[in-house]
Write a protein that binds this ligand. Structure first.
Ligand code: NDP
Length: 281
C-alpha cells in the first residue's frame, strides 16, 4: 500500500507552528493583519474567503474584509489597493480571484505592493522565485514542497514531472522543484507522448484541471504522485486530476483528494502573512 500523504495533518501542524510564531511576534509588539478583498459574491469564492478568515483567526492574524459589489469599477478597486498598500498596519493584501470580466486581473495583481503580495502572484514575486532570491511564493506549489519534505520524500536528484504550466501552479511548481535540486520536466497540452514523459517521473505533480485524467498508464511503479486538481464528480463528490483508485496501488506515495494538496494552500498563505510581518519589522 502507498504512503497516503496527509495534507490535513501537515497543514494543521504548520498552522500550529505559525500560531506560536505569531504569539512570539506579538510579544515583540508586532501585530499581523491581512486585508481580504472579494468583488461580487461568487459562492465558491465566498467559501474560500471564509476559510482564509477562519485560518487567520486561529493563528492570531487579524483579517480585514472588503466585500465589494459585483459592479465595482476597476478604478475603485485599484484605489482601495493603493490605500491598503500605504497602511503600515496591513502586511498582506489578498484579492480573491477570479474577478468580474470588466476588471483587468493582471493590472490588479501588479498594483499590489510586492512586499504585501502574500499570494505570490506579482511579477516581482515570480521574478525573485525564478532567480532564487527571497520573495513570496505561490501558495499551492509552496504547500506541495512542504508536503514532500514533511513526508520524508527526497527531491534532490529525482526526476520530477509537472503536468500543467499555469502561472499559479505549474510554473512556480517547476521552479520550486528545481530550487530543491530536482531534475524537472514541464508537460502541457502540446506535449507529445505525455504518457511516456509522465512515466519518467519519480515525483509526478498533476495540475491539468481534468477530472481523473491520470491513470496508471501515466505513472511509473513506485512514483510519488501529487494531485493538485479539485473537481466534483457525477455524484457531487470531490475528486482530483488523478484516478486515485487506479493509481494508488502502484505508487509509493500519493495525495488524496480531498485532504491532500487542498488544505496546504491556506496554510502557506498564512505562512506568507507571517513572513511578511517578520520581514518588514
Ligand atoms: P489551468 O487550467 O490554468 O492549467 C491547466 C494546465 O494543464 C495548462 O498548462 C494546460 O496546458 C494543461 N493541460 C490541460 N489539458 C491537458 C492535457 N490533456 N494534457 C496535458 N496538459 C494539459 O489550471 P490550474 O493550474 O489553475 O489548476 C489545475 C487544477 O488544480 C485545477 O483542477 C484546479 O481546480 C486545481 N487547483 C487546486 C488548488 C488547490 O488548492 N488544491 C489551487 C489551484 C488550482 P496548456 O498550457 O498547453 O493549455
Amino acid at each position: 500500500m502507498p504512503q497516503i500523504i496527509d495534507g490535513k495533518a501537515i497543514s494543521a501542524q504548520i498552522k500550529d507552528e505559525l500560531k506560536e510564531r505569531v504569539a512570539a511576534l506579538k510579544q515583540e509588539g508586532i501585530s499581523l493583519c491581512l486585508a481580504v478583498i472579494q468583488v461580487g459574491n461568487d459562492p465558491a469564492s465566498s467559501v474560500y474567503v471564509g476559510n482564509k478568515k477562519k485560518a487567520c483567526a486561529y493563528i492570531g492574524i487579524e483579517s480585514l474584509s472588503y466585500e465589494l459589489e459585483e459592479n465595482t469599477t476597476q478604478e475603485e478597486l485599484l484605489n482601495l489597493i493603493k490605500e491598503l498598500n500605504k497602511r503600515q498596519d496591513i502586511n498582506g493584501i489578498l484579492v480573491q480571484l477570479p474577478l468580474p470580466g470588466h476588471i483587468d486581473e493582471d493590472l490588479v495583481i501588479r498594483t499590489i505592493d510586492p512586499s504585501k503580495d502574500v499570494d505570490g502572484f506579482h511579477p516581482q514575486s515570480v521574478g525573485t522565485l525564478c532567480i532564487g532570491q527571497k520573495g513570496f511564493v505561490s501558495c499551492t506549489p509552496a504547500g506541495i514542497i512542504q508536503l514532500l519534505k514533511r513526508s520524508g520524500i527526497e527531491i534532490a536528484g529525482k526526476e520530477c514531472v509537472v503536468i500543467g504550466r499555469s502561472n499559479i501552479v505549474g510554473k512556480p511548481m517547476a521552479l520550486l522543484l528545481l530550487r530543491e535540486n530536482g531534475t524537472v520536466t514541464v508537460a502541457h497540452s502540446k506535449t507529445a507522448n505525455l504518457k511516456e514523459v509522465a512515466k519518467r517521473a519519480d515525483i509526478l505533480v498533476v495540475a491539468v484541471g481534468k477530472p481523473k485524467m491520470i491513470t496508471r498508464e501515466y505513472v511509473k511503479e513506485g512514483a510519488v504522485v501529487i494531485d493538485v486538481g479539485i473537481h466534483r464528480n457525477e455524484n457531487n463528490k470531490l475528486c482530483g486530476d488523478v484516478d486515485y483508485d487506479d493509481v494508488a496501488p502502484i505508487c509509493s506515495a500519493i495525495t488524496p483528494v480531498p485532504g491532500g494538496v487542498g488544505p496546504m494552500t491556506i496554510a502557506m498563505l498564512m505562512n506568507n502573512c507571517v513572513e511578511s510581518a517578520a520581514l518588514n519589522r
